[in-house]
Design a protein around this ligand. Sequence first.
Ligand code: SF4
Length: 286
Amino acid sequence: MRYLEPLYRPPSEAESFILQATHGCSWNACAFCAMYRGRPFQVRPLEELLEEIAESSTFADEVRHVFVADGDALVMPMGHWEPILEALREAFPRLRRVGTYATARNILEKTPEELRRLRERGLSLLYIGPESGDDETLRRIGKGSSAGEHLEAARKARAAGMDQSLMFLLGIGGQERSLEHARASARLATAMDPKYLSTLTLTVIPDTPITRQSRFELPSVPELLWELRCFVEEVAPTSAIFRSNHASNYLPIAGRLPRDRGSILATIDGALEGRVGLRPKWARGL
Ligand code: SF4
């Protein structure tokens, strides 16, 4: 495989076959994100990708999951997606899931018929990072889509039969909008009603645009725990697998929401009261 590093994928795709079909992110404008700074967005040539898939068919019996990278690979045109998905099915007969990162904008730019065709060919899981449900926060961080647009995108993806894995970012509202951010994120997550839900914690990266926003102050660790508490208390998906165990988080927790709300809140309260230990700062990473 020809990978351009750094290569990002969700933690849950650690065992997956990764196809880096694009380089970078077509949006590349979120004020906190340094993942693809300096990397021009590019859709890789189709022939090259089909060749890589064919060459990898030596692992044919091992591959169950495929993740298509980079940052918002759903943006690829149908003329790329359809032959890629067909080649993956042919190369890996035991394939059960194909996932990719998607922005709300990527989803809204595809027609319902296009999304349905992608689902039929195997694209079944979209990783979407609204980061926040608070429109003011979304505006300040340059996410490019509002809470309403994220909800519209979620409904469209669900209508096509695709599952969603949502990521919200603790701390991204700054101290100023901490509570609004937590509450609105819980409302948006409830409305988008994903199969998988996670919270990550903002790490401010030097030289990213957010460092030049004079009013932005990263909430303290107790404030971040209160955001998490508020989010968990108010979010009400039908039944979502919840993970807050990304390396960026101070308090790794996991469960199913709303089923395990009580025990998760008890763990957060334990951390707030000092009875449950936090991951030390040095052990956190992006
Ligand atoms: S959409 Fe994702 S990858 Fe692209 S700039 Fe925003 S956070 Fe970074």
